[in-house]
Design a protein around this ligand. Sequence first.
Ligand SMILES: [Cu+2]
Length: 116
Amino acid sequence: MNRMSKIGCGLALACALAQPASAATPEAVSDTAKKNAVIPAEPVLSEGVVKKVDKAAGKITIQHGEIRNLGMVPMTMMFRVKDQAMLEQVQVEQKIRFHVDIINNAYTVVRIEPER
Ligand SMILES: [Cu+2]
């Protein structure tokens, strides 16, 4: 089950990265990259439940709903976190809202808002 989730995410990542490159010229890709570098006014928050927290590795496993900004379907998967301090504010089985970006080719949680 867990292994399946990881495979699914790997394919989703490959797909997300492959699409712009195959659909555009190098010039257009660099334009796209510049556009993507702009931080959106309202980051898309996704819903999830914390399943595992690995403070030593700086990783968090989240059972998440649809992640619209990445076009990802609901699943349980592991993410890196941008800042390890983010892991101090969450606990296993806690509901959160979070935002994920692709940083250095890895899905990285850049923001966590614990639900109260
Ligand atoms: Cu996922």
